[in-house]
Design a binder for this molecule. Structure first.
Ligand code: HEM
Length: 226
């Protein structure tokens, strides 16, 4: 782990300290998250290839149109199962709480980075929670509408008109999912020090104190009890 060196005004090294790090995600959860992300990227690219002839070129990334038709729904099922495991671990922490309304009411301060005006938060803020539930809803819609269109395994599940409606719903949900995905990645990069939560599994004590102080206090309390 990197050590932080502290120097006196004259430049002499006076101390070498380990920065405080807080564990946010264990290895299995991170592997689970990245499998979901990988499937989602594959699904978006292969889905766009099937969506419109002008995007058909994307199918060469997967070895051609026939492979895409076979692979896309399979990746969808893997992504659903992978997200389900994430969901089961995280849904409770994403339930709305009183402080989320206050946080949303001060969204201007969030954008300006005036953290001192914001309430203390648990593991996730209202934006992350909204994204979590949007992802959940869209993934369910994508799965259900996808199965209705999956002729290979479910040829007579629904009538042709219903299948057409499912196709439109599937495409709309995919576009919304793409927007949510872009927002999620943007927020992870925009809030400095967040990405390492999903790469290394840890965040700095300063990050936790600044963005999720209530969560940090709960962790400290739990540690104090052991
Ligand atoms: C390459 C793309 C992605 C990047 C860079 C990324 C990055 C991150 C990071 C850094 C976190 C930790 C945030 C925190 O703890 O405060 C996180 C959490 C999370 N990510 Fe991603 N992610 C990506 C794709 C996805 C995809 C495709 C999904 C699902 C479809 C997803 C679902 C989640 C969920 C559910 C959480 C937990 C946050 C919550 O429950 O509110 N991520 N991601």
């Amino acid at each position: 782990m990197d050590k932080k060196r502290i120097y006196s005004a004259s430049g002499d090294k006076i101390e070498s300290v380990q920065p405080v790090v807080v564990s946010r995600y264990r290895g299995l959860t991170r592997a689970n998250h990245w499998l979901t992300a990988l499937c989602m990227i594959g699904l978006l690219l292969s889905g766009f290839a099937l969506f419109h002839p002008s995007l058909y070129g994307l199918s060469s990334l997967f070895g051609g149109g026939q492979v895409v038709r076979w692979l896309h729904p399979i990746m969808g099922v893997v992504m659903f199962l992978s997200f389900l495991i994430l969901f089961l671990q995280m849904w409770r922490l994403n339930l709305p709480r009183q402080e989320d309304c206050t946080w949303l009411g001060k969204i201007g301060d969030v954008i300006k980075g005036k953290e001192e005006n914001l309430p203390e938060l648990g593991k996730y803020n209202a934006g992350q929670k909204a994204m979590f539930w949007a992802m959940t809803a869209l993934i369910v819609v994508l799965l259900v509408s996808g199965i209705m269109m999956w002729e290979r395994y479910f040829p007579n599940l629904v009538s042709i008109p219903v299948r057409r409606i499912a196709l439109a719903v599937h495409a709309l949900a995919a576009v919304l999912m793409f927007l949510v995905f872009v927002l999620h990645v943007y927020a992870a990069i925009w809030t400095r020090g967040t990405l390492r939560a999903m790469t290394r599994g840890t965040v700095t004590g300063g990050w936790a104190y600044r963005h999720h102080r209530k969560w940090l206090r709960e962790l400290a309390e739990r540690r104090g009890q052991h």
